[in-house]
Design a protein around this ligand. Structure first.
Ligand code: ADP
Ligand code: MG
Length: 468
């Protein structure tokens, strides 16, 4: 079958399933294979696949047959290569959760991206998301500092701190704030040359320039911007020549008193394989942390978003308590929270039902289950071992060396804090240690954390990594 045939089949399907259903459920389908009576489609999420297979598969099969491609079975796979460029390197976080958010089904409502105009010179940065403005950013305790710092930079006045380094877990608003700075500057200071791009794009351009022997142009262009924003800078860690070039670009701009804004998923000191001189440079400015969201902030964000959907889907009724329930249960990150709301409305409008807690359970069971997921002691041991560069076996082994015993105690502490396990149970998982040993380990870490900032930071970081 050719793309054309699938095109025709889709035309037919519009008539069969109606325009709305078509837009939401059929258009995002990508036919990736058709062989031996099996049609294979790529879908944005597994929920999406389930929904289509439950509701539209007969029509799809029927139309394919009519078009001369008889099909016995229709299968769906979740497309993996769809990560947006501005959002790279989600290596360690749980991508399964993030990917559950339906990105495509509601594509009709998302505002089209418009290309970034960067003034003279021909480095165009990444596209800016029109939605990511200061106005649409909900401020709460966990993000107020980051917001204030971003606002300050967006005033475009004399450079107050350089760089502004924003960090925090996935989906907490780093990219949103950076785009907001760019939007604001575009309005208020059109004379400034503002460049926003991800660290991945920085590397890509650099490599391209090397290949095309245009490295001088590359340098010149990057050194001519007034405000440079590089998103997800952890990406360049370990990529030596890119780091090097980044370092020089960075220094040249700082020397000219040009503003730099950087984001990363962790603090400069916590990024592994980052050159020491870069790390210390990054720490020179203002380092601000976007904390995990709290209940109030999540509720605030939901309330801000729900108005938008109320307009979109007029006539839908939402029972009270739904937003509170979501804010209470979906604590992972804001992107997941937004995705949940979007899916709820789409689902409710399709089935023509009120949005109440029953519907929430039905429609969001996968997200709710993922949020319920408890951290296991094994995961804690693995992450801690990785962080301190010790072997996993040493976590449970007998060695008493400080360099091993301390991480082990950190893991014990986290096991007590983050799981429901009792001390004897934890002892068993740490190579059959006695519960008093576990107790001692936990106390030790509690004591040390008061005096030892490094250790306290380590524990915080590990907690965050484990919760993500
Ligand atoms: P990060 O870059 O930190 O991974 P993003 O900036 O991409 O996260 O945010 C993820 C999603 O959550 C975006 O759609 C963003 O608009 C939304 N979001 C995050 N924080 C807020 C907030 N405080 N108010 C409104 N929306 C938010
Ligand atoms: Mg981001």
């Amino acid at each position: 079958m050719t793309d054309d045939t699938w095109g025709q089949v889709r035309e037919e399907l519009i008539k069969r399933v109606g325009k709305n259903n078509y837009k939401t459920w059929i258009e995002p389908l990508r036919l990736s294979g058709l062989k031996n009576g099996v049609a294979l489609f790529e879908v944005p999420t597994s929920f999406f696949g389930d929904w289509v297979s439950r509701n539209f598969v007969d029509q799809i099969r029927g139309q394919l047959s009519l078009a001369g491609s008889p099909v016995d079975r229709v299968e769906f796979t979740v497309a993996t290569g769809q990560r947006p460029v501005a959002d790279p390197a989600r290596i360690s976080a749980k991508p399964a959760v993030t990917r559950e958010v339906p990105r495509r089904p509601l594509a009709a409502h998302s505002v089209p991206m418009r290309p970034r105009i960067t003034g003279e010179g021909d480095i165009s940065g990444a596209q800016l998301e029109p939605r990511f403005t200061f106005e649409s950013f909900v401020v709460g305790k966990p993000n107020e500092l980051a917001y204030a710092a971003a606002r300050r930079v967006a005033e475009g006045g004399p450079v107050a701190y350089n760089p502004l380094f924003l960090y925090g877990g996935v989906g907490l608003g780093k990219t949103h704030l950076m785009h907001a700075i760019a939007h604001e500057l575009q309005q208020s200071r059109p004379d400034l040359h503002v460049l926003y791009l991800s660290a991945e794009q920085f590397m890509y351009r650099f490599v391209q320039a090397l290949r095309d022997k245009q490295i001088m142009d590359f340098k010149e262009l990057f050194r001519s911007v007034d405000v440079l924003m590089v998103d997800d800078v952890q990406f360049i860690a370990g990529k030596d020549s890119t780091q090097e070039e980044f370092f020089h670009t960075f220094n040249a701009l700082v020397d000219q008193n040009k503003q730099i804004v950087i984001s990363a998923d962790r603090a400069p000191g916590e990024i592994k394989d980052l050159e020491e001189r870069i790390r210390s440079r990054l720490q020179c400015g203002l380092v601000v942390d976007l904390h995990p969201t709290d209940y109030e902030l999540r509720l605030g964000i939901l309330q801000a978003k729900v108005d938008h959907y109320r307009n979109q889907y007029r006539g839908l009724v939402m029972a009270s308590g739904v937003l509170e329930f979501l804010a209470h249960r979906i604590t992972t990150n804001v992107r997941v929270l937004e995705g949940a709301l979007m899916r709820l409305f789409a689902f409710a409008s399709l089935v023509g039902r009120e949005i109440n807690l029953d519907l929430v359970q039905e429609c969001l069971s996968d997200i709710l289950r993922a949020s319920d997921k408890r951290v296991t002691i094994e995961e804690i041991q693995r992450k801690v071992a990785e962080h301190y560069n010790v072997r996993l076996a040493d976590m449970i082994g007998p060695k008493r060396l400080r360099t091993i015993a301390r991480p082990r105690q950190v893991a014990m502490y986290l096991a007590k804090q983050m799981t429901q396990r009792s001390l004897p149970e934890i002892g068993r998982r740490f190579g059959g240690r006695d519960h008093t040993t576990i107790m001692h380990g936990i106390r030790k870490i509690e004591e040390l954390m008061v005096a030892d900032n490094q250790l306290a930071d380590d524990v915080q970081l590990l907690k965050r990594l484990l919760q993500n």
